[in-house]
Ligand binder design. Structure first.
Ligand SMILES: Cc1ncc(C[n+]2csc(CCOP(=O)(O)OP(=O)(O)O)c2C)c(N)n1
Length: 574
């Protein structure tokens, strides 16, 4: 057997294992050292491949694919800085529990640390941002080595998907010649089946929780990204306990399609009005804290009279507040099902009604203020939310877009996604295109600010190359709008504008032209609505640009806050 055949047999065995581990999609970035892996994956009928030259976009695209399909997705690149460009997406995948399988190729050991071109230390490159690093052996054949290669492939996706889900990294040292023998028959080893159980509590542990929760004045707080199915379980728990449920938008509780009066909208807008009378006896938190800052501040302000429980299905201690007296490491859905089977006495409805009154006051104030306003970033965000359909997918960028949705959204039915592991404004376009590639026939929308859009314009090439019909609603306030809401706003204009405002003065119609997107400058809410309605019937790659004003955003928001304060005051005096 020649070295080309050895290389082919060895990598085919790995790819067969990779398939066995559930990987059905791979995103490849071109390069020489990765030739054999790229070609063999491209030839593998069970794996759909995408190609993206910019590794940073490629990795975020894979993140979007994996996040949306809930399946492991492989990434393949050449040696050197190519791999380093995966870094931000891997950090995000690790923080938001997305199972990426990163396959980097490398110089063989004799060409390391000797000044060989395109060589750098790739060992443990992603450090603690991956849950497994494997330096693969150099290609060899023989039963033992082929079993080894297959076995490593088989555990790659499986390990990534094991709770807590996280990316894994396999580094392949490869010698020349790098071209595989494409005439060889692919590896035929049978798949490995992985059987793993859920983390559940005993009946005694469940009864203890039931006794501590039922009939108490409690609040459920759900954060992190959840599927719509998981969201249904949270709602059922809130209903069984008769507790209000406050959720992060990405938890998909508000967008689950269930019109439950236990689920509260606008929590960020009323949390700073919660009086001592509203202090709960029990707070049960699931996952991360929600995006709503006022909710976090309110939770933090509660005294020792409130008992905190944290359910962390990933077996971690994600309690920024450090208040949990009981940390529960169990599968969320199993835990809820077990609790539901034992709960007998819900809390009296008067507790929930007090929360509903606050939510109603905010809703009335919003109708009078934000909803009455003309086209602006807030009304545009709300219009997008309202135009979503049952199977639709909306990707929401960080900074103000997710906050607009969180503050103003009411109950709806669609799937909402975002990158909230580390809240970066990088890679958003590529991640949203990964989402689109999973179901291009559906309604796919991205709501994004201009800086985040600029940050990942390279990603737009994926839409052009693969005909991905994503509608991008671009909220262009010519810079970072969020800083006008933060303490930096008090700085002098000549300090604020160049360092925080950062206007970029880009003509996005030219960006649309460059990447082959349709472009519409939106001039009214009616027009935005019409464009979104048309895209439901015929999805297309387009940019709908809404011009915002950073100053006007702040002025409108202050008006909203004042209107809400007045409504809540009159409620308390009634
Ligand atoms: C990769 C990365 N760089 C910097 C930041 C800090 N940051 C947070 S929001 C923001 C401005 C975002 O502007 P834009 O996307 O236009 O949204 P807007 O604030 O106008 O809503 C910046 C720079 C970040 N979160 N991620």
């Amino acid at each position: 057997m020649n070295s080309q055949q050895v290389l082919t047999e060895y990598l085919s065995a790995f790819i067969n294992g990779l398939k066995s581990s559930g990987v059905q999609q791979a995103v490849i970035s071109p390069g020489s050292r990765s030739t054999s892996l790229a070609l063999l994956l491209h030839r593998e009928p069970a794996i759909q491949t995408f190609v993206e030259v910019d590794e940073r976009s490629a990795a975020f695209f894979a993140l979007g694919l994996s996040k949306t399909s809930e399946q492991p997705v492989a990434l393949v690149c050449t040696s050197g800085t190519a791999a380093a460009n995966y870094y931000p997406a891997i950090c995000e995948a690790n923080a938001s529990h997305v199972p990426l399988v990163v396959l980097t190729t490398d110089r063989p050991h004799e060409l390391r640390q000797v000044g060989a071109p395109q060589a750098m230390d790739q060992l443990q490159l992603f450090q603690s941002h991956v849950k497994l690093f494997v330096e693969m052996a150099l290609p060899e054949t023989g039963e033992e080595m082929l079993n080894y290669a297959f076995w490593q492939g088989a555990r790659s996706g499986a390990t990534a998907q094991q709770v807590p889900m996280a990316p894994v990294h396999f580094n392949f040292p490869l010698r020349e010649p790098l071209l595989p023998d494409l005439e060889m028959v692919s590896d035929q080893r049978p798949p490995v089946k992985v059987v793993s159980g859920e983390n559940t509590l005993s009946n005694t542990q469940i009864m203890e929780l039931v006794n501590q929760w039922q009939q108490k004045k409690g609040v459920l707080v759900v954060g992190g990204t959840c599927t719509k199915e998981a969201a249904q379980w949270f709602i059922q728990l809130a209903q069984a306990l008769n507790w209000p449920l406050i959720a992060d938008p990405l938890a998909n509780v508000l967008t689950s399609g269930t019109d439950s009066s236990h689920v509260l909208s606008h929590s960020d807008l009323f949390a700073n009005h919660l009086s001592e009378k509203m202090a709960p006896e029990v707070v049960v938190r699931f996952g991360q804290l929600p995006v709503a800052k006022n909710v976090m501040l309110w939770l933090k302000s509660l005294t020792a009279k409130t008992t905190f429980y944290l359910v962390d299905a990933n077996g971690q201690w994600q309690d920024q507040l450090k208040r949990a007296q009981t940390v529960i490491h169990a599968s969320e859905t199993s835990l809820i099902q077990q609790i539901l089977s034992q709960l007998e006495q819900p809390t009296p409805i008067s507790w929930l009604n007090r929360w509903k009154a606050l939510e109603n006051a905010v809703q009335t104030a919003l109708v009078e203020s934000v909803l009455a306003a003309e086209l602006n970033e807030m009304t545009a965000s709300l219009t997008v939310h309202q135009q979503m359909v049952a199977k639709g997918q909306l990707f929401v960028s960080n900074s103000m877009p997710i906050r607009y949705l969180d503050r103003f959204m009411t109950k709806q039915n669609y799937r909402l996604l975002g990158n909230r592991g580390i809240n970066g404004i990088d890679g958003i376009v590529s991640t949203a295109l990964g989402m689109t590639a999973v179901a291009p026939e559906r309604q796919n929308i991205l709501l994004i600010g201009d800086l985040a859009m600029y940050h990942d314009m390279n990603g737009l090439l994926l839409a052009k190359r693969y005909g991905l019909p994503l509608t991008i609603v671009l909220l262009n306030n010519n810079g970072g709008g969020i800083f006008s809401f933060l303490s930096q706003r008090t700085l002098r204009a000549d300090d604020f504008e160049p360092i925080f405002g950062t206007p970029i003065d880009l003509d996005f119609s030219l960006v649309a032209q460059l990447y082959g997107a349709e472009y519409t400058k939106i001039s009214s809410l009616e027009q935005l609505k019409d464009c979104l309605v048309a895209a439901k019937i015929k999805p297309k790659f387009q940019i709908l640009e809404v011009t915002g004003s950073r100053q006007a955003n702040v002025a409108l928001y202050e008006k909203i806050i004042t209107t809400i304060a007045a409504k809540i005051e009159s409620l308390e005096n009634a």
